[in-house]
Design a protein around this ligand. Structure first.
Ligand code: ZN
Ligand code: ZN
Length: 422
């Protein structure tokens, strides 16, 4: 029997394992306990198999270098077609309302029916995305070095320059198109930013600009709006908490005719709407995943393939970065919150990072995740010839940006601290 608490044996292959009480104990020889979290899989085996195969073929297609641009394959055409049909719904409702008003008599009946049609048209109208008013924007005056880095990356990726940068306390980076003119805005999550090395930051930003260059934001305007309409319909035609109250009241007054009508309409409209939503998700999945791979490829061209691969691998520490920030803000600390994030992530041993990357293979091979599994994304970058960086962020420039963000990011951190106090 071992007396040393820091060592144990793998119950599967008996290999000697080091134990670090702060992290999961696992075996790198047989992968015992690589992913101790239960995988919640509600899908039947045939569907998982099918999705594995889809992920695999997509990976191979890209590995052999035949795909360079997001093309108009059958799945993408189907996604757009399905979306356009949904986007027509508000127009149909509007036209129906006008027709009823003009043609249908008596007027006392046609006016309320037309009004219902107009309300439906208004509720389902497509909307451009707008910025969350709670988000903190940082101006070029507040962060000149950050904006000049963004300009360098947008030039290198041939993407449109960003009009604004938003700072958040989330462990993520994103790009979005605001308004009908689809002006690009980049979101920088401070904990993730703090956890990355200078060149990894370039890689993550270049990946987001890659989405901008490849027209993914236009795609999300069309498909995203159709999805919003379907979600709206789905929630309108599924049982709501309010319906239960109504049911109770109807049972109380012994008149269930109204609730029967609601249930009948829900049963009639709900399932086809849900089926359509599922179909649209399926059709756009492949395109969405391909867009991620292509954005990764651009990131490798701009930041260098090594930095791009390492940046992806480091995404597995995002939750540790966030927890480090949370701890510093919740319990107070003598170190600055973003410095606390840096310390929390530098404490993670390489072995734990290795485990988390392996866990992505077990957890994310299903194609439903909007992103392909991290290990495949890394593998694809490493499978291609190495590239050197077009945009280099030096240590001192990176430190300048950190100083800019320490000031400009303060409101986002203060708000997060306040949310913990509530
Ligand atoms: Zn083992
Ligand atoms: Zn992406």
């Amino acid at each position: 029997m071992e007396t040393n608490e820091a060592v144990t044996h793998c119950p599967q292959c008996n290999k000697q394992l080091r134990v670090d009480p702060r992290f999961v104990t696992w075996c790198d020889a047989c992968e015992w306990n690589v992913d101790p979290l239960p995988v919640d899989d509600a899908y039947p085996a045939w569907r998982q198999k099918l999705e594995h195969r889809l992920a695999d073929t997509l990976y191979r297609e890209l590995e052999h270098g035949t795909v360079h641009k997001p093309g108009w394959d059958a799945a993408r055409v189907a996604a757009y077609l399905l979306s356009f049909l949904v986007l027509l719904l508000p127009l149909v409702a509007l036209a129906a309302g006008i027709a009823i008003l003009v043609v249908y008599r008596p007027q006392w009946l046609s006016i309320p029916i037309a009004a219902i049609a107009f309300v439906i048209a208004w509720a389902l109208r497509p909307r451009p995305s707008c910025l969350n008013p709670d988000h903190h924007q940082v101006s070029p005056d507040e962060a000149p070095r950050l904006y000049s880095l963004l300009d360098e990356i947008s030039t290198a990726t041939k993407a449109r320059p960003v009009v604004s940068v938003v700072l958040t306390a989330e462990p993520e980076l994103w790009i979005t198109a605001i308004g009908w003119r689809m002006r690009p805005v980049v979101g920088i999550g401070l904990p993730l930013w703090a956890a990355m090395s200078p060149q990894q930051r370039v890689a993550l930003l270049a990946h987001e600009f890659g989405h901008g260059r490849n027209g993914d934001m236009r795609h999300s305007l069309v498909v995203g709006n159709a999805e919003n309409i379907l979600d709206e319909l789905e929630s309108s035609f599924s049982p709501q908490p309010y319906d239960e109250l109504k049911d109770d009241y109807a049972a109380y007054v012994e008149d269930t005719s109204g609730t029967l009508i609601t249930r009948f309409v829900n049963a009639l409209v709900g399932p086809p709407v849900r089926a359509y939503r599922w179909l649209l998700t399926r059709a756009s999945l492949r395109g969405d995943q391909r867009a991620e791979y292509l954005a990764d490829r651009l990131a490798a061209e701009v930041a260098g393939s090594e930095a791009a691969a390492f940046a992806l691998e480091r995404l597995v520490i995002a939750d540790t970065a966030y927890r480090g920030l949370e701890k510093a803000l919740r319990f107070g600390s003598d170190v600055e919150p973003l410095e606390a994030v840096r310390r929390a992530v530098s404490d993670i041993p390489a072995r734990e990072i290795d485990r988390r990357i392996r866990a992505t293979r077990i957890r994310e091979t299903r194609t439903d995740a909007s992103h392909p599994p991290t290990y495949l994304r890394v593998k694809l970058i490493r499978a291609r010839p190495t590239t050197t960086a077009k945009v280099v962020l030096g240590l001192s420039d990176s430190a300048t940006i950190d100083r800019e963000l320490a000031v400009a990011g303060a409101p986002a951190l203060t708000e997060l601290r306040r949310s913990f106090a509530r």
